[in-house]
Design a protein around this ligand. Structure first.
Ligand code: CTP
Length: 415
């Protein structure tokens, strides 16, 4: 119940703002007192009059208003609330919040408040997926801002994907849950759990990035993996509701929101971290693990001067994370997926590799330099399962991740 709880609702400029009078009504039905702050963008989609009528209060929209400031300063406005709810939260207002900008009443109140903040994002799917937005969200999550949604579905712009604002009922349920649990982060999880997503109640493990194998304190063996595909898969599984751990080698990719990230360097560290994340329902090994490491790691930097001959590097094989996770046993995930990168006979090799490693599915991709897969943004893959080989069209790495996550959800439901 929201009896007597004071909600300061910040309405920013997205098409979903048209749903906010309904949101105010629903909050009030639960007993909340709602006061609205409307941005200039928000006022393009919903009128101050409509919000004033449903909230039965004045709507605040100007930072430099003599009457408003004399009656109710922005500091008081932001503090005379139990929670500040930003709905819809556009990519723009989230960026301003992350940067600490305060150039209108809404952002000034958000910066000045000492109360918890919840945000219900609403934007186009590409804006949502953009690393800038994801980075801002991560920053805000770290600062304790709770997120409600967004949801996947048809968008006003005609595209389909992640970015629709959660429905008013779901937002009210999440606000209610927030007051019960008293934690903004709790609201995020309860919102996800409450929506009964396709992977709710499951756990996932994803490996990503390269590994670094030390030669001496400054040199290492590595490869060109960017981590884009593995990070995208972890993000996609988490968005479908799976409690996801990402074990990543060194990568410049931002941490996907809602994913627990464990950073490692070497193959041996990666294996240890993966074992520590078990049990899981699904494991996806997208990391480009170095097959070999130096047999001995020099304690001091190896010097060129004074050496009679060029040092020889003796290599030994690294543990195979995918094969270890695929091995039969109580902790074997229900579904283990590997990646097989190749430059020739890609599918045949991947079929053989699936059998050799004991995993359930193999995603084969051609990493010939002309495809630009390793550092690029798109991927052409073939999915190899017990049922055969599927050729997927050339897709962005995000789209490959989303398609794979949807297939994982279907497979786990069926198993
Ligand atoms: N893998 C792993 N641990 C290793 C090596 C590979 O987990 N030490 C996983 C990768 O994450 C990927 C798959 O195994 O899922 C790739 O297998 P790998 O044998 O490394 O194949 P390629 O390097 O693609 O091929 P090659 O056999 O030619 O080395």
């Amino acid at each position: 119940m929201l009896d007597g709880k004071r909600v300061l609702l910040v309405v920013s400029g997205g098409i979903a703002a048209y749903k906010t009078p309904e949101l105010v009504r629903r909050l009030k039905e639960k007993g909340a007192r709602v006061r609205c702050v409307l941005t200039a963008g928000g006022a393009e989609f919903v009128t101050p009059l409509a919000l004033a009528a449903v909230s039965e209060d004045k709507v605040y929209d100007k930072l430099f208003s003599l009457t408003d400031e004399s009656e109710m300063g922005h500091i008081r406005l932001s503090r005379e609330a139990d929670v500040v709810l930003v709905a819809p939260a556009t990519a723009h207002i989230l960026a301003k919040m992350a940067a600490g900008l305060a150039d209108d009443l809404a952002t000034t109140a958000l910066l000045a408040t000492d109360k918890p903040i919840l945000a219900a994002p609403a934007m186009n799917v590409r804006m949502w997926d953009n690393p800038a937005t994801q980075h801002n969200i991560k920053t805000l999550v770290e600062r304790g801002v709770g997120f409600i949604g967004p949801e996947e579905g048809d968008m006003a712009c005609g595209e389909w994907g992640m970015g629709r604002m959660a429905e008013p009922d779901a937002i009210v349920a999440a606000v209610d849950e927030f007051f019960r649990q008293g934690r903004a982060q709790g609201a995020v999880r309860s919102a996800a759990a409450g929506r009964n997503l396709p992977l709710s109640g499951t756990r996932a493990l994803v490996t990503s990035g390269p590994t670094y194998e030390a030669i001496d304190p400054v040199r290492y063996i590595a490869n060109r993996s960017s981590g884009k595909q593995g990070h995208a898969i972890a993000g996609a599984l988490a968005r479908l509701g799976s409690q996801t751990t990402l074990v990543s080698g060194p990568s410049h990719q931002p941490d996907p929101p809602g994913v627990q990230v464990v950073r490692v360097e070497s193959a041996r560290d990666m294996l240890k971290a993966c074992k520590g994340a078990l049990p899981v329902d699904v494991a996806v090994c997208a990391a480009a693990v170095a097959d070999w490491r130096a047999e001995t790691v020099a304690k001091e930097k190896i010097k060129k001067s004074g050496k009679a001959r060029t040092p020889q590097l003796k290599l030994v094989e690294n543990p195979d994370v995918l094969a270890a996770l695929s091995a039969p046993g109580n902790l074997r995930p229900r579904l283990v997926i590997g990646f097989a990168a190749g430059t020739e006979n890609v599918v045949e090799n991947a079929v053989a590799k699936r059998a050799a490693k004991g995993c359930d599915w193999m995603v084969a991709n051609d990493v010939s330099p002309e495809n630009g897969v390793l550092a690029g943004d798109s991927n052409t893959v073939h999915l190899i399962t017990a049922g055969g080989v599927e050729d997927w069209p050339r897709l962005s790495k995000t789209a490959v991740a989303e398609r794979l996550a949807a297939r994982v959800a279907a497979a786990l439901r069926a198993s």
